[in-house]
Design a protein around this ligand. Sequence first.
Ligand SMILES: *Cc1c(COP(=O)(O)O)cnc(C)c1O
Length: 376
Amino acid sequence: MIRFNKAPFVGNEMQYMQQAIEGGKLCGDGPFTKKCSQKMCEAFGAEHVLLTTSCTHALEMAAFLCGLQPGDEVIMPSYTFVSTADAFVLQGAKIVFVDVHPETMNIDETKIEAAITERTKVIVPVHYAGVACEMDTIMEIARRHGLKVVEDAAQGVNAWYKGRALGTIGDFGCYSFHETKNYTMGEGGALVFRDDKYVEPAEILREKGTNRSKFFRGQIDKYTWVDYGSSYLPSDLNAAYLYAQLEKLDEINEKRHQIFQYYHEHLKPLEEAGYLELPHVPEGCVHNAHMYYVKTKDLETRTRLISYMKEKGVLCVFHYIPLHTAPAGRRFGRFCGEDVYTTKESERLMRLPMFYNLPMEDVEYVVKCLLEYHEY
Ligand SMILES: *Cc1c(COP(=O)(O)O)cnc(C)c1O
């Protein structure tokens, strides 16, 4: 069976984890955590990067730091993972969903302004498949209306928009290092931000409401409870695994692009024949080959294709069920405007196996099955 995903493994993970164990310090903000943050600051031109226990938690931190009041509104696409919404629901916010672009499945920036009310505080672009949202327009709308922008860049680590790394463009960026993502630590994430004014509140929030980070830097001589907080620090053992991957930033990226390119070139005939639609990357976006998906004619065609591929030993999977159709989505949010593409396009989308250690023979076999199914 060809799996859909497998946690990437590049080689030095064991050695670094052993080093962490031998160092005798496994709690948060240890040597490997610091190395990971530093590496990301350099590679992505980020000002501040705080490693977290997940992207969900990075989003929760961002939502908290935006200073939301109950009843405030947050604009996002409905075609996303639950955490994008949950993090803001936790702060008492109402979620306002807007439609996506069919070519990228990213938020349609031309629909955002119609969704803005007096209660709107934040816009959350989600960079689906590591392909950037139209950030210039989104940032301009946010500036004009005095809104914050939180990028859900869970899938967008080491992907770029007009020369800027995803996650570094908005007020906050949130990365995921879950095992299904390009770079991993099993479970983990990071909060990225530029403005120095967030350093102290973010550290306090992440350190159980204490100013312990300041204490460790020797800036104060004892630490205390200063505000609300939680525990968002990952163990240095997990960071050791991640550091091995971040050292191979380009290598992982190149391998994923090789798989993406193979799918893209060899499935072209099926697109030309009108059987499948292939992904589109807009000008100015350098994606990270996080995902390869195809779109079938409709839901029924997709269901048939998924079961055919399964019979052939290939796991292909669909993705998000639009949040506004879920029970919690109806309770905590509303869809603004018409759902022209969100539901329809989500029902056609099918993801193909894609992970760093996927052998090229397997990629060739997946393509062969797809061609055979369509009698090509
Ligand atoms: C994976 C993902 C998340 C959640 O990441 P975790 O690290 O598992 O919390 C959030 N948003 C999007 C778009 C994702 O793909």
